[in-house]
Design a protein around this ligand. Sequence first.
Ligand code: PEP
Ligand code: MN
Length: 344
Amino acid sequence: MLIVMEAGARPEQIEAVVRHVEKMGFKAHPIPGAHRTAIGITGMEGTADPEVLENYPGVKEVIRVSKAYKLVSREARPEDSVINIGGVDVGGNGIVVIGGPCAVESLEQTRAIAEGVKHGGGQLFRGGAYKPRTSPYSFQGLGEKGLEILARVREEFDLPIVTEAIDLETLALVEQYADCIQIGARNMQNFSLLKAAGRARKPVLLKRGMSATLEELLLSAEYIMSEGNYNVVLCERGVRTFADHTRNTLDLSVIPAIKRISHLPVLVDPSHGTGKRNKVAPMSRASIAVGADGVLIEVHHKPEEALSDGPQAVLPELFATIVRECDAIAQVVGRSLQPALAAR
Ligand code: PEP
Ligand code: MN
């Protein structure tokens, strides 16, 4: 259920509704918008009496939300959400480009790539310290040492950091070091991890599972938001199909589909989406054309030596070209590149 407050509702009127909802044993989620505040009600499906709520001063209407997802929906918040990651806005009119290696391998490697990402015009830096790998014998990431390297690189280049947490233990560490917690495709339906991320105080980048439907992705975001963390950014990263000319099939049609029903920003990862370096630039341009709020690109200065995902990593020069081309496409659709934090 969703309670829509009048445009001029006073804070104490909103507070009174929240108190009533909580007294009934539900959780209240006030969602401020440009024109009005909505209050999402979640909890076990029970009966919060709409008539009682309708009569509270300042309440405009009470809407029964028939869909399973509520807080992620445009009914809760008609306008686009803008999520701030370490000082960089994701969503709204600007687009962002996140660049960085698949995995943090060393300080030297991470600095070299961060320099390329910064000079190429990227606003945010990525790199995994904990890598969920298909084989237990593949490089698993540097762990906390990798997080320390990322934190150093952030200071040096003024690039906020996005990095993946793979379980509850690493979530606590990632929350401490990073500006944004990534939840990867393989963990999209790890519900205890989603709930814990919902209690974290950093924004969450939630990647679509490789065989997840749109509704499943939105419900995973709902898990995070239902715990009180409303700073969620979605990411399409390709799904499994019969096609074998790419690693995954990048489902760009999901972008306008998400935009119709959810206010959350959504990024595209054409690196994992295609698995092939020569397809990353064209699919980045296409991502911005279909309405994505940005792209996430794997970059390596020596891809042939990369410890993971070398074949899909672009060189820093190509990264800079991708940023320029994304900006050009953004202009066509009435948007532009989000400014990067000023370099020191
Ligand atoms: C990654 O971004 O490094 C990653 C492992 O991606 P995904 O979870 O989409 O496979
Ligand atoms: Mn990777």
